[in-house]
Design a protein. Structure first.
Length: 192
């Protein structure tokens, strides 16, 4: 359950070795907090470190989970962060979103955010924002009679030409063609 730190574990802690994250957790007696080995928190005094098999054992010993590395989650911290970024994009897609804006909101560098997001999602944050905007534009085109320019602005594209170009790249149709094809399909299905 609880144990003293070995040299191998200490090395993993001091080098923030993520390959040990599913092997053990460590608690710091002086703070009462436990972390993953990959946590970027300040290195503790070795004498204050205790090793745990899992979060349940650390909690049973009265330790609190670190807010930075979230050792109670089954997901890794980068995956957690990407989920939070995706949620933020879905809530704010209509606003001016850039890597700098996202990085500032999530307290990181634009380069790291770009690299982490792309590694996990296989697309860049900007590509993801464009996809979310396109999906919302599709709904607006089907459900409303608003102009293409108004829908573009509503979903976050202030430049109508850019909106039309990106929409066509992603769907193969211009917004107007998409609206007409969607309405034709609904008529054929008896929905309109």
């Amino acid at each position: 359950m609880i144990g003293l730190v070995t040299e191998q574990q200490w090395q993993a802690i001091t080098t923030n070795d993520a390959s040990y994250d599913h092997v053990f957790l460590y608690g710091v007696c002086s703070t009462g907090i436990f972390c993953r080995p990959s946590c970027k928190s300040r290195n503790p005094n070795k004498e204050h470190v205790r090793i745990f098999q899992d979060a349940r054992h650390a909690l049973e010993e009265g330790f609190r989970p670190c807010k930075r590395c979230n050792p109670c989650s089954l997901r890794m911290p980068d995956e957690e962060r990407v989920i939070q970024i995706k949620e933020y994009i879905h809530e704010h897609y209509h606003e001016p979103l850039t890597l700098t804006v996202l990085a500032g909101h999530f307290h990181g560098s634009p380069h790291h955010l770009q690299k982490t997001f792309k590694r996990i999602m296989k697309v860049s944050p900007i590509e993801y924002i464009q996809r979310v905007r396109t999906e919302n534009a599709k709904r607006e085109l089907i459900d409303t009679d608003q102009s293409v320019a108004d829908i573009g602005v509503k979903v976050g594209w202030l430049n109508t030409s850019y909106f039309i170009t990106l929409f066509k790249q992603q769907t193969g149709l211009t917004p107007k063609q998409f609206r007409m094809a969607s309405r034709e399909k609904l008529k054929r299905l008896g929905g309109g």
